[in-house]
Design a protein around this ligand. Structure first.
Ligand code: ZN
Length: 204
């Protein structure tokens, strides 16, 4: 069984979504030990959005059902998409209830050393479609599922209204589309809106 790390490295100077806090890491050394003060936003790097991100009374990251975050998943090839993943792009993949769906786009190929305004994202109809299908989790290789500044909030709200977690900031450059086992466990933060995760795929 092979393991593929699909997480971004957390380090000072890494890219964050515009307006989000930068990462700082301060090492504190004494003669016997080293410890560190780490500051980062809840949406740093590879992370999962909880309903509280967009709903004032939504569940926090620690209140979501743990089994959502591990189990079978399918990576869909969306590398042909130039700007936005739509309902019709998704419909071609016979998505079933109970699936965890990750999308591989050209964002992964371009990498995450800089923030690019023209990242590939999911549109509102696409999000509604996935919600209606009854998937368990949705993942995308961009720091946000939604187009920057778009007034259509459904990419977040449609999924999170049904407590479908959104895994953002995964890197799939070395991942072939297909079936895997996903593990992406958030830290046990309780009622905050998101958490960084270490996301890995196991080949079946
Ligand atoms: Zn987020």
């Amino acid at each position: 069984m092979g393991i593929i790390d699909i997480s971004l490295s957390i380090k000072e100077g890494m890219i964050t979504y515009p307006g989000n806090p930068s990462v700082t890491i301060e090492q504190i050394k004494d003669p016997a030990s080293t410890h560190s003060k780490v500051t980062l936003g809840s949406h740093t790097g590879t992370h999962i959005d909880a309903p509280l991100h967009v709903f004032e009374k939504g569940k926090g990251i620690g209140e979501l059902s743990l089994p959502l975050f591990f189990g079978e998943c399918r990576v869909l090839d969306m590398t042909h998409v130039s700007e936005v993943i739509t309902r019709s792009d998704l419909e071609k993949n016979t998505i079933q209830a109970g699936e965890r769906i990750l999308v591989k786009t050209k964002n992964s190929q371009r990498g995450f050393e800089a923030f690019y305004e023209d990242y590939v994202y999911l549109d509102g109809d696409g999000a509604d479609f996935l919600t209606q299908k009854g998937i368990l989790l949705f993942g995308i290789d961009s720091l946000s599922i939604k187009k920057k500044g778009d007034p259509d909030r459904r990419p977040h709200t449609s999924l999170l209204k049904r407590d479908i977690p959104i895994l953002e900031g995964i890197t799939l450059a070395n991942v072939q589309p297909g079936n895997y086992t996903l593990i992406a466990l958030p830290l046990k933060f309780g009622t905050i809106d998101a958490s960084p995760v270490r996301a890995v795929l196991f080949t079946n």
